[in-house]
Ligand binder design. Sequence first.
Ligand SMILES: [Zn+2]
Length: 401
Amino acid sequence: MSLVTGGSLQSLRRTNQERILQLLLRNGAMHRAEIARQIDVSRATVSTIVSAMIDRGILVQVDVPQSGRVDGRVRERVAISRTLGVAAGLDFTLDRIAVHLSDLEHRALVSRAVQVPAGADATERIRVAAGLLDAALADHRLGRDDVVGLGVGVPGQVATATGAVGPSLPGQPWAGLNVRELFEEHFGQPVMVDNNTRMEAMAEYLWGAGRQAPTMLHVNLTSGIGAALIIDGKLYRGAVGGAGELGHVSVDPDGPPCPCGNRGCLIQQAAAPAVLAQLRPILGADATVSDVVTAVRSGDRAAVGVLADAMGVVGQALANLCNLLDPGLIVIGGPIAAAGEVVTDAVRTAVQRYAMPAVNFSTEVVQAHFEESTQAGARGGAALVLQEAPHLSSVLRRLAR
Ligand SMILES: [Zn+2]
């Protein structure tokens, strides 16, 4: 039996404090018993540490009116005090910038967006984003010092190691820029950068249709088709950050050439421009994705047929992914997903038909919880900060001091 000195007891308690804070940052409010189970420490020890942290104003009790004391045990959940900071998300699409703030208890404080000209350069976009973020903070009497981390979503491929955006889409204002460095210089806060689809996946995983499903695949159907994979609660980016380019999976090797250099890519059959090209002769030369969604919802047979066929091809590609990865849950988001069951039914039918028996009927296919208008990407930026901010340990040390 080894002797535990006063110093090592203190350091053990500090370690347990950090683990509790880390759990609460990732999950929001939790019961003490669940904390004890997850960090494999006795309930009594957790209760002692939590009480001390409540006394110091680091943690707070929540849900007090609903729970109260039962069987002599304290049943209220605890969370990190909202006075200690906020996680912020910014999301940039071609013509829109969105912001979202979440407190450390995981409550949404504000979600809003502004339009920007599609031709705006990176400098102009950062200027507008800074104004948007500062106004959102000011509404809650907060400043940039209160931001524990900023998650930034941009279109295109982002190199995991550097935060640089690859030279991908035409007209992509961030191409070739190191977005992480740009934002860290401008905002003076730790920044995490990733692509829009991964950010939306994080929002769905933490607060939406995924609700912390251990493994899920998020698909974003828009002018491109992106996918983001969460495996065992962690966002999977691939070796260099290039994972998830579902839209450039070839579904017809003899098909037309794609700007990516491949032939017969999925986007050429199923992304918004392909769907619109088939439906504009019927719905009008200026028809948009939103017109297609309206037509599908009102039962327009041509619109339903074209979209169902396109989504069947997406489902076939997803069936291949199911065979490889068995994600268990596929969440369909993006503007096309707003058409609802026509999309999810077509994808589900294809997965059931083409995936192997072990996964074909066990894979759930659902519509995303957050629509584009709810600033899903910016929400996901804040979610990513709470889930895996790389500077978490320094934040935790500051919180526990
Ligand atoms: Zn391609």
